[in-house]
Design a protein around this ligand. Structure first.
Ligand SMILES: *Cc1c(COP(=O)(O)O)cnc(C)c1O
Length: 230
């Protein structure tokens, strides 16, 4: 099941890439593993996903000692409270969901304490939704200007979760806006900044995201099946 799903998604990803004149190898597949147990995560890795993305600190801390992520990098992709930063910094390869300035300051402090450099993505609230956290496109631009302030943080790109779309294709304009931000920042040279990831696209819209320049899609449901919320 998981194996067939990963194979099918890879095929669809490659098709979307080629249709956009891109190389399939440019786009990574991140398994969004929330609410799936260590065994399911291992199967996804064995099936060839490039990395895993965990949403909740508690789940991350539960699955790490079970060696759930062995063989693949693990990313944090969920809401991160400042009081949990100490449990995530140094334990994940990339924090994709840095959604506010105070979190940056907190990660800097913790990374300095642990004497390491933490890779992160800035999360952009591209749809400008009041219900969502994240930087505006403009504030994300401004943030990158100031990255020299955070010697223990390495900015590797941007992540976004666009609004829930009612019709297929609705989010392409948001993906395109992210692409412009990513391209603009890539063209500049900043300290502690190296653009590698434009993380956008989920189960329902990863093909559109790839058409608009995504370099990493985060897929949960299409790999693991529907999540059952208690
Ligand atoms: C759950 C989740 C995903 C994957 O969502 P699906 O629709 O199940 O593919 C991607 N990104 C984030 C941040 C998530 O929380």
């Amino acid at each position: 099941m998981i194996e067939e799903n990963v194979a099918r998604i890879r095929e669809a990803m490659a098709k979307a890439a080629l249709a956009a004149g891109r190389r399939p190898e440019e786009i990574a597949l991140c398994a969004a593993t929330k609410m799936n147990d260590a065994e399911a995560v291992r199967r996804a890795i064995a099936a060839g996903v490039d990395c895993c993305g965990e949403n909740r600190v508690q789940e991350l801390l539960l699955k790490l000692p079970l060696h759930a992520y062995e063989g693949a990098p693990v990313h944090f992709i969920g809401n991160l409270q400042t009081n949990k930063v100490g449990k995530v910094v140094g334990r994940v390869d990339l924090i994709q969901s840095v959604d506010r300035p105070e979190l940056l300051a907190c990660i800097e402090k913790e990374a300095a304490k642990q004497n390491l450099i933490q890779n992160i993505l800035i999360e952009v609230n591209v749809g400008g939704e009041a219900s969502k956290s994240g930087f505006t496109t403009e504030s994300a631009r401004r943030m990158t200007d100031e990255f020299g302030k955070y010697p223990h943080i390495y900015l590797r790109g941007f992540m976004t979760i666009p609004p829930i779309s009612l019709h297929p294709g609705d989010n392409r304009k948001f993906f395109a806006e992210m692409r412009r931000l990513y391209v603009d920042i890539t063209a500049k040279r900043y300290d502690n900044v190296s653009m590698e990831y434009l993380s956008m696209g989920m189960s329902d819209d990863f093909e559109d995201a790839i058409a608009e320049g995504s370099t990493m899609v985060r897929v949960g449901t299409a790999i693991f099946g529907p999540r059952h919320y208690a």
